[in-house]
Design a protein around this ligand. Structure first.
Ligand code: NAD
Length: 249
């Protein structure tokens, strides 16, 4: 099936080998999209795009830098003439407790997860408005919904809760332009963001707490992103979709 045939998509933070962004970019490409992978390191972004095929693009872009976001989108608009899909996936965590969070920690986590989502969205919205269509998918987290997690820290929960608020506000404002904005709230997914940070005991405790009895895979989240990016979800906007194996039941 080619759910994204003829579509042009950006996925931020998609160079990480085991990450949710790379799995999403791959699934989009498998479904016929032309994909741009944006990440901090140009070589890593280019290599990840090359893995998908010659027509895909890898660009360096720090999503906390508004000028860099605008420049990357301008570059892609020049190549493609349009952007149909944006997945705001770039994110960082810091496993800190409330009194350990310094101003620099707070800025870093809020900047990548929340400010980056705003800046990248602002970069694509004018074109989407003109073409009267678009789908923006934002990565939030179960940490936003239940106020914590092992990896994030309270500032990560705050940033990801901010992503939910931004998602709903953007969805409301952009709906008349036929631009849909939705969020995904992954639970515990095995990626580099979680790798090496857990003892076997901690891992066992987490898995026991998940009704489906397993960690999520990057492909579980990619499937949800495909649904939200494609016309299968044509009447969904402002939603948050849980991909957590039942963790909130
Ligand atoms: P990851 O660490 O594997 O990948 C994150 C990517 O973001 C990396 O490639 C990194 O280089 C990139 N990045 C970091 N700062 C950036 C910046 N300023 N500009 C551009 N790129 C930047 O993480 P992941 O597990 O694949 O997570 C992807 C998203 O899903 C994140 O937003 C994360 O918060 C969210 N999430 C993950 C989990 C999980 O369990 N893995 C759970 C809930 C939410």
């Amino acid at each position: 099936m080619s759910l994204l045939k003829g579509k042009f998509a950006i996925v931020t933070g998609a160079a990480s080998a085991r990450g949710l962004g790379k799995a999403t970019a791959k699934l989009f490409a498998d479904h016929g999209a032309t994909v741009a992978i944006l990440d901090l390191d140009a070589d890593a972004a280019k290599a990840a795009a090359a893995d998908l095929g010659a027509e895909h693009v890898g660009l360096a872009c720090n999503v906390t830098d508004k000028a860099a976001c605008d420049a990357a989108v301008a570059d892609l608009n020049k190549r493609w003439g349009r952007i149909d899909i944006l997945v705001n996936n770039a994110g960082i965590t810091q496993p800190l407790k409330i009194m350990e969070i310094g101003p620099g920690n707070y800025d870093a986590v809020l900047d990548v997860n929340l400010r980056g989502t705003l800046y990248m969205s602002q970069a694509v919205i004018p074109g989407m408005r003109e073409q009267k269509s678009g789908s923006i998918v934002n990565l939030s987290s179960v940490s936003a919904q239940r106020g914590g997690g092992i990896f994030g820290g309270p500032h990560y929960s705050a940033a990801k809760a901010g992503v939910l608020g931004l998602t709903k506000a953007m969805a409301r404002e952009l709906a008349p332009s036929n631009i849909r904005v939705n969020a995904i709230c992954p639970g515990f997914i095995a990626t580099d963001i979680t790798a090496g940070k857990l003892t076997p005991d901690m891992l066992g405790t987490i898995i026991e707490s998940i009704p489906m009895g397993r960690a999520g895979e990057a492909s579980d989240v990619a499937g949800c992103a495909l649904f939200l990016a494609s016309d299968l979800s044509s009447y969904c906007t402002g939603t948050e979709v849980d991909v957590n194996g039942g963790s909130l039941i």
